[in-house]
Design a protein around this ligand. Structure first.
Ligand SMILES: Nc1ncnc2c1ncn2[C@@H]1O[C@H](COP(=O)(O)OP(=O)(O)O)[C@@H](O)[C@H]1O
Ligand SMILES: Nc1ccn([C@H]2C[C@H](O)[C@@H](COP(=O)(O)OP(=O)(O)O)O2)c(=O)n1
Ligand SMILES: [Mg+2]
Length: 197
């Protein structure tokens, strides 16, 4: 056997779905119940954008407004997972991998280090998603109609193929999130229970 067998694998669940589909909301509920750590790629990027002296803040903001995806070298999820320590039971990786570049970077860094449990795929009609984003009330620079349209285009052209990639591996668990939150969370909870969480 080669490699360090004492190294603990990071247990990971990916959360994907269109903007406003409820990824963050579901992660919030699930992390409380299951002792998992929620890592939102978007939150991490917004944090870096706000960090004084950040050399990539302006670049991140341009991507966020344009609804395009920041290069994976900047969106370093591995760093955040390592920083969280290995006491975590697992990670909810929210909004990542969102395109082929994200996926390639993830594989380069994480191969042999992660146990990918499944992808929670939230589906929600675009009309509901836009209403939710416009009413989110977090003052985000991309929660306006123009940025939303660009984000949804990026989602359809770049993120859905990633969902397909995981579907082929039998890893996708789909939940219709275009329903009242109690119903969504009931189904999400069931998916986690079935996966042994
Ligand atoms: N099932 C739901 N029904 C109605 N509103 C919801 C539902 N799920 C989430 N929301 C609301 O929609 C907005 C977007 O949710 P959020 O979890 O931030 O989505 P995402 O992370 O996918 O963009 C938030 O204001 C949230 O409170
Ligand atoms: N993997 C990621 C995730 C988000 N981003 C950027 C581009 C996205 O439009 C914004 C916002 O992402 P976030 O996941 O917070 O947005 P939603 O929760 O889907 O509304 O951040 C990215 O470049 N790469
Ligand atoms: Mg979110």
């Amino acid at each position: 056997m080669t490699g360090d067998s004492s190294q603990k694998l990071f247990k990971v669940v990916f959360i994907l779905g269109p903007p406003g589909s409820g990824k963050g909301t579901c992660c919030h509920a699930i992390q409380k119940n299951h002792g998992l750590i929620h890592l939102s790629a978007g939150d991490l990027l917004r944090e870096e954008r706000q960090r004084e002296g950040s050399e990539v803040g302006a670049l991140i903001e341009a991507h966020i407004r344009n609804g395009t995806i920041v290069p994976v070298e900047i969106t370093c999820m591995f760093q955040a997972m390592r920083a969280a320590g290995d006491s975590a039971k697992g990670f909810l990786v929210d909004g990542f991998p969102r395109n082929q570049d994200n996926l390639d970077g993830w594989k380069r860094q994480m191969s042999g280090k992660v146990d990918e449990k499944f992808v929670l795929f939230l589906t929600c009609p675009t009309d509901d998603c836009i209403k939710r984003c416009l009413n989110r009330g977090e003052g985000r620079s991309d929660d306006n109609e123009e940025s939303f349209r660009k984000r949804i285009d990026t989602y359809n052209s770049q993120t859905l193929p990633i969902v397909e990639f995981y579907k082929k591996q039998g890893l996708v668990r789909e939940v219709n999130s275009g329903r009242p939150i109690e119903q969504v969370l009931e189904d999400v909870e069931r998916v986690f229970t079935e996966a042994g969480f």
